[in-house]
Design a protein around this ligand. Structure first.
Ligand code: ZN
Length: 142
């Protein structure tokens, strides 16, 4: 697949993400700035307060920490040794709430993208995903 960015834009995307890759949300925001896609933070009136809201496009992004939202990856599987049952229950509640919010948002006509923390470590792949999400909208999601 052809790179959707010129080499200089690609370098800027890489730099922007690398320098601010402290949380998944910041990584996503850095890529969005490079793509010149405007966003609002934290839709308080929407289910589950999505991290980034694009009202005109009726699109949302959730930037999820792998541990907190129970991602199916190495980081998501790592549980603290202490209070394991507590954390497992808490994360299970988060996952149930995430699923319910995505369903509610989808029924309300919003198109939502979940970006996991571990996925933000590859800025090129992240930029491609976001570009697809905002480009034609035909990224295969139902
Ligand atoms: Zn993950």
């Amino acid at each position: 697949m052809a790179d959707r960015f010129s080499p200089s834009e690609r370098a800027a995307v890489m730099r922007a993400v690398k320098s601010k890759n402290t949380t998944p949300e910041l990584a996503v925001r850095a890529v969005l700035r490079r793509l010149r896609i405007g966003y609002r933070l934290h839709g308080r009136d929407l289910p589950s307060k999505p991290d980034l809201v694009f009202r005109g496009r009726r699109k949302l992004i959730f930037a999820h920490g792998c541990f907190w939202h129970g991602h199916d990856c190495a980081r998501g599987a790592r549980m603290p040794a202490a209070n394991r049952a507590y954390w497992q229950a808490k994360i299970a509640r988060n996952q149930a709430r995430d699923t319910a919010s995505l369903t509610a948002l989808s029924q309300a006509g919003w198109s939502a993208l979940v970006v996991w923390e571990c996925e933000t470590r590859d800025p090129g792949a992240l930029a491609d995903r976001l570009g697809t999400f905002f480009g034609c909208g035909s990224n295969g999601s139902p």
